[in-house]
Design a binder for this molecule. Sequence first.
Ligand SMILES: Nc1nc2c(ncn2[C@@H]2O[C@H](COP(=O)(O)OP(=O)(O)O)[C@@H](O)[C@H]2O)c(=O)[nH]1
Ligand SMILES: [Mg+2]
Length: 142
Amino acid sequence: MDIFQAEVPAHYAIIVVTGPYDNGQSSLLKAVSDRVWTDVEVTTKSGGYSLFSLGKRAIDADTALILIETPGPLDWWSVLDHNGLLKSMIGVVLVVDSSRPENFRAANAILRIQVTFNGASCIIAANRQDHPEAWPIEDLQP
Ligand SMILES: Nc1nc2c(ncn2[C@@H]2O[C@H](COP(=O)(O)OP(=O)(O)O)[C@@H](O)[C@H]2O)c(=O)[nH]1
Ligand SMILES: [Mg+2]
C-alpha cells in the first residue's frame, strides 16, 4: 500500500478516526499509535489530494492496526475507496468533545452518514471528560 510506503506489515486493519474539527481526533491517534505520520498526501478521485494523518499500532511482527484521521468529516469515504482502503476498514471511531454541545449536531450528522448511509460499525469516543462542563456519558447517547 503506497501511502504508507514500506512501513506497514503484510496484515493490517484500518480504523477511521473522525469527528468535528478540534474535538480530539489527533490526540486519540497520538495516544493509541506507536508512530504517527501527519500531512500524508492521499489522492482523490478528481486527481487532487487530501491530507490525512495516519497512526500505526503494532499488534505483532506481521500485523498492525492502522488509524486514519480524516481531514474533514464527510468526504473521506470516497477517498479511502479510491485508494482501495475501504476493504480493510473494520470500523469508525467518532470523537466528540463532551464539553461543547454546540458540536453535537455536527457529530450526529457524521454518525448518521457512517452508520445509516455507509453501514460502518461506529463507536463514539466521548472526549474531554476531564473538562468541568463535560456532559456525562449517559447523556451523550445518540
Ligand atoms: N483537556 C483536554 N484536552 C484535550 C483532550 N483531547 C484533546 N484535547 C486538546 O484539544 C485540542 C484539539 O485536539 P486535537 O486532537 O488536535 O483535535 P482534532 O482537531 O479533532 O484533531 C488540543 O489542544 C488537545 O490537546 C482531552 O481529553 N482533555
Ligand atoms: Mg487533527
